[in-house]
Design a protein around this ligand. Structure first.
Ligand code: M6R
Length: 608
């Protein structure tokens, strides 16, 4: 979703800003723009489409400016167009870039019209530039005008602003949308995503809601919502060069699929003892608190929600406690009934998903015994807002389609199930088995990678269809849902997942000779039932692609059986995810889609 970068430096900032935008391209966007506060004038450049177009435009102008702001936009208010692209300006003086949504934009638009401001775009963001300009007429101080303007805004925002009259200065404001200050040598930065500047500095201060900042090349000052100067903790974020480049891979998604053995290792390292989980891995006091947990409420979106749905069985089997699962976007609107001793668990790769954060804030006001987050980004809002947390340690995930985030979330969820069961002294044998299975997972994933050629032998049939049906039972229904989501988001094939037993209640009508039916048939207590359901597909002449093992004895006349590595009960769901990721990736390659940045999607969905 949208990305912000601002810089004040002793060197020309054009390239820094463009590079920052490129490093945030993975977030998804449709247009880009930059404002360079040159000595003699202010230069604004905007373009629809890729940042490389903006870069070409900038190179042709050869600007030299020691401060500026830049933005990638993912359209919310107003279509993707050059006019709607940021930065937005007021009277060739104040220019701003904005992430988030201003909910009371109609009201502000009316006010500005009455004050004779001409609004030229369809965005809510442009209004911010005019408001700052309006208040600056009185305050004659850009920071004060920015502070005053934000008092009028309802909603979520992170803003970077410059004034044509003040060379070398960048202003910033944050409310419910991430923004940080980066500290360099003779230069300082503002960014909505540390990845934008992680190649030029490792020192950051995360702004808190209500904070403002002013940076120059020599100084970075932070103010709270009363206008008082404040210190925010310094964070060190190191990103190795390899974390943000594709290396020898064609796409980030491909790289991220093949990183999974190492990532799972990083999720479990230091958290498992010989036969059990270690104490307090979710933070000091967590093991004591978990003793009281009688039920769990999971809230997440997309892939992260699929992780919760998959893991539910672990909590029921190992902890013997019931679980409730909600879409984050639905949760708070249905006035959930929270019983005593319920633990609230959010799951998010980015830790910045607006729906999930809104749910978390809602949950804080309810009588949960605490909030646990499973998250990949230690500096995220979610991590800071939770009572207890565990980081998945998967490293930056750049591909819009989540891969390593999902499997590491599953590993972290199993660790959470073990922690709760250990605190409640339940099922030591199962805990021992689960810990052992977790440790064997990376090696099993390596084995699953070896199926790539077999998977490639079926991708032509799948890529030539516009529909696909995924089937599974129990936990593997949720894995099937994740497989269908992967296929649809990057190949644009319409893919649905069903619990195989539901087939006869409707979806069986879709089955004909053409639609590929992809089924997960691991050796578990439901495999016999699943095989009967697959017979229903065969009887209708359907094409079956089954991922199973020796116990899944099904003769396939049309389609293919792909033999999976023998897995343990607790790692099989993770391992069965791998061929579905490879399948989606290879099919999307055949269809030639922009699979790291699929159409209409953003990596981190920071608007409701
Ligand atoms: O960062 P989060 O895990 O909170 O993101 C949630 C979803 O937006 C995300 O999982 C989305 O569904 C992925 N693109 C799926 O691959």
């Amino acid at each position: 979703m949208c990305g912000i970068i601002g810089a004040a430096s002793s060197r020309s900032v054009g390239k820094i800003l463009i590079k920052g935008l490129q490093l945030m391209e993975y977030r998804g966007y449709d247009s880009a723009g930059v404002v360079l506060n040159k000595e003699e004038e202010i230069l604004r450049l905007r373009s629809l489409g890729k940042v490389s177009k903006l870069e070409d435009l900038m190179i042709s102008k050869k600007p030299r400016a020691l401060s500026g702001i830049a933005h990638t936009r993912w359209a919310t208010h107003g279509a993707p167009s050059e006019e709607n692209a940021h930065p937005h300006g007021s009277h060739d003086d104040i220019f701003i870039v904005h992430n988030g949504i201003i909910e009371n934009h109609e009201e502000i638009r009316d006010f500005l019209r009455k004050e004779s401001y001409e609004v030229t775009s369809e965005t809510d963001s442009e209004l911010i530039a005019h408001l700052i300009h309006f208040y600056n007429k009185d305050t004659k101080d850009t920071l004060k005008a920015l502070m005053r303007a934000t008092k009028d805004l309802k909603g979520a925002y992170s803003i970077a602003a410059v004034s044509q009259k003040e060379k070398g200065k960048v202003y910033a404001a944050r409310q419910k949308s991430p923004l940080l200050v980066g500290i360099g040598i003779e230069e300082n930065f503002i960014a909505s995503d540390p990845l934008a500047i992680v190649n030029i500095t490792e020192k950051f201060h995360m702004l808190e809601d209500g904070d403002f900042s002013v940076i120059t090349k020599d100084d970075a000052v932070i103010f709270d919502n009363t206008g008082a100067k404040v210190d925010r903790d310094e964070l060190k974020i190191e990103a190795t060069a390899t974390a943000t480049t594709k290396g020898d891979y064609k796409h980030f998604m491909e790289k991220e699929i093949y990183e999974q053995p190492e990532c799972i290792g990083n999720t479990i390292n230091g958290r498992l003892g010989e036969n059990d989980v270690l104490d307090n891995v979710f933070g000091l006091g967590s093991s004591d608190a978990f003793r009281e947990v009688k039920r769990i409420h999971f809230v997440a979106c997309g892939t992260s929600l699929h992780a919760a749905k998959t893991a539910r069985k672990w909590f029921e089997d190992i902890c013997e406690i019931p679980c409730y699962i909600d879409f984050a976007s639905e949760y708070r609107y249905r006035n959930p009934i929270v019983e005593n001793n319920t633990l609230f668990v959010t799951i998010s790769q980015s830790g910045e998903t607006a729906d999930t954060l809104a749910a978390l804030n809602y949950a804080k006001e309810e009588k949960y015994i605490g909030i646990v987050s499973i998250c990949n980004v230690p500096t995220s809002t979610m991590a800071r807002e939770s009572d207890w947390k565990v980081f998945t340690n998967a490293g930056p995930e750049i591909g819009v389609a989540s891969t390593k985030a999902f499997t590491t979330q599953l590993a972290a969820l199993l660790i959470l199930a073990l922690s709760i069961a250990k605190s409640q002294e339940k099922n030591p044998e199962k805990r021992k088995q689960a810990a052992q299975d977790l440790r064997e997972t990376p090696a099993l994933i390596e084995k699953a990678f070896k199926l790539k050629d077999e998977i490639n032998s079926i991708t032509n049939n799948i890529s030539s269809n516009d529909n696909a049906l995924f089937l599974g039972r129990g936990m593997y229904f949720s894995i099937a849902q994740e497989g269908a989501l992967k296929l649809k988001e990057i190949s644009y094939i319409h893919a649905e997942a069903y619990p195989a037993g539901e087939l006869k209640h409707g979806p069986l009508a879709l089955v004909d000779e053409t639609i590929p039916v992809i089924a997960l048939a691991p050796e578990d207590s439901l495999v016999e039932k699943l095989l009967s359901n697959l017979e229903e597909v065969k009887a209708r002449g359907g094409t079956l692609y089954v991922f199973g093992n020796s116990s899944s004895t099904i003769e396939i006349k049309k389609g293919k059986f792909i033999n999976m590595p023998e897995c343990g009960d607790f790692n099989a769901p993770i391992v069965y995810t791998i061929p579905l990721q490879i399948l989606a990736y290879e099919v999307a390659c055949l269809r030639g889609t922009d699979l790291d940045q699929p159409r209409n999607l953003a990596k981190s969905v920071t608007v409701e």
